[in-house]
Ligand binder design. Structure first.
Ligand code: ADP
Length: 370
């Protein structure tokens, strides 16, 4: 197994616009790294450059210490699993899985043994004689993964492999691919637009937007310490709440929202960051679970009054929606007594877990563990 290194890698399709811009990334040996971001952010292009399916416009890519810029895909020792499975319809499952080995002229015994081994890992031993049309979506996906496993490649590349599956199967396959990663002890790079998939599967996540990498971090660090407003809003569901405002100094440092409906003293742990600020326009961020309807739920809290507009009981928790400073705010609470829509309530926002971003650059001003 192997390390994958991208050094200052860029891609342009038309010579003008960059689909991928100066990406630096080291995927460690046996690491499971996820590329995530909204549609069009350049994640598939990045993966396809690692695979050798797209030319690299600038920069260098190394697989297992070997520069592969000019190495054709078949010689890169990678295997790729696509969203549409790309199975041959006229071949059986066995033949589909064996195909890559056959064209590489492996002997029959070795092929049989490798397919049997992969089929066992994926629990598809009883499907080997079927054609793809006689398989469910999940089974087809497994065959596509099997075809990659039999090759015993240095690196596995996945391009949105679960997007065509229904929600329940997607969750199931998510766990299976995570287990597979542990079992095979393989280097894996996985592309998805789904932040939940990224958060639950990856050792590390690369968050991309407009061709740029915004943050590379562990799932928890991304969640707790997003480097900018984009990462903060993209990671986490429901999304982080944002309120524009400014920091002003009276006797103490104060946050005042743009439309004046929220005002509080800046908790001391964040204060040092603001003393040196010249432009005081900021965006306040707090996650839905940092809201409570119970007094003293948090050690220190910002207290507000609001009218609950929509209530969504989810079973083990309740989503509440209300408007604050012209912004729709989402809260995620657990309560024995479900409040009613239209009710005026007292709300508490945990003041120990706030995020502040610069209004202009949208970069992080504070870290939550400061
Ligand atoms: P993602 O996988 O994040 O959805 P892509 O890597 O597919 O994004 O695309 C990144 C950008 O490159 C997009 O703006 C897309 O329109 C453009 N792009 C992708 N493939 C091609 C292509 N073959 N020719 C021209 N532009 C492309």
């Amino acid at each position: 197994m192997a390390e994958v290194i991208l050094q200052n890698v860029s891609k342009t399709y038309d010579g003008i616009n960059k689909a991928v811009q100066s990406v630096d990334l080291t995927v460690e040996d046996k690491e499971f790294v996820i590329l995530v971001g909204p549609s069009g952010c350049g994640k598939s292009t990045t993966l396809r450059m690692i695979a050798g399916l797209e030319d690299i416009s600038e920069g260098e890519i190394f697989i297992d210490n070997k520069k592969v810029n000019d190495v054709p895909p078949k010689d890169r020792d990678i295997a790729m699993v696509f969203q549409n499975y790309a199975l041959y319809p006229h071949l059986t499952v066995f033949e589909n899985m064996a195909f890559g080995l056959k064209i590489r002229k492996y002997d029959k015994k070795e092929i049989k043994q490798r397919v049997a081994e992969a089929a066992k890992i994926l629990d598809i031993e009883n499907l080997l004689n079927r054609k793809p049309k006689a398989l469910s979506g999940g089974q087809r996906q497994r065959v596509a993964v099997g075809r990659a496993i039999v090759r015993k490649p240095k690196v596995f590349l996945f391009d949105e492999p679960l997007s065509n599956l229904d929600a329940k199967l997607r969750v199931q396959m998510r766990t299976e691919i995570s287990k597979l990663h542990k079992k095979l002890d393989a280097t894996m790079v996985y592309v998805t637009h789904d932040q939940t998939e990224a958060m639950t599967m990856g050792d590390r996540i690369v968050v991309m937007k407009d061709g740029f990498v915004h943050q590379i971090d562990s799932p928890l660090n991304l969640y707790n310490n997003p480097v900018n407003k984009f990462v903060a809003s993209f990671i986490g569901s429901p999304s982080m709440n944002f309120i524009e405002g400014e920091i002003t100094k009276r006797e103490k440092l104060l946050f005042k929202s743009l439309h004046n409906s929220i005002e509080f003293n800046i908790p001391s742990k964040y204060a040092s960051r603001f003393n040196s600020m010249t432009d005081s326009k900021v965006i306040l961020g707090f996650r839905p679970e940092e809201i409570s309807l119970i007094p003293n739920d948090f050690e220190s809290a910002i207290t507000l009054n609001a009218k609950l507009e929509v209530i969504e009981p989810m079973g083990n928790e309740i989503f509440i929606y209300f408007t604050l400073d012209n912004q729709q705010i989402t809260g995620r609470i657990s309560l024995a007594k479900v409040p009613k829509a239209g009710e005026e309530v007292e709300l508490f926002i945990n003041s120990e877990n706030l995020h502040f971003f610069d209004s202009k650059t949208e970069s992080r001003l504070t870290r939550s563990n400061e």
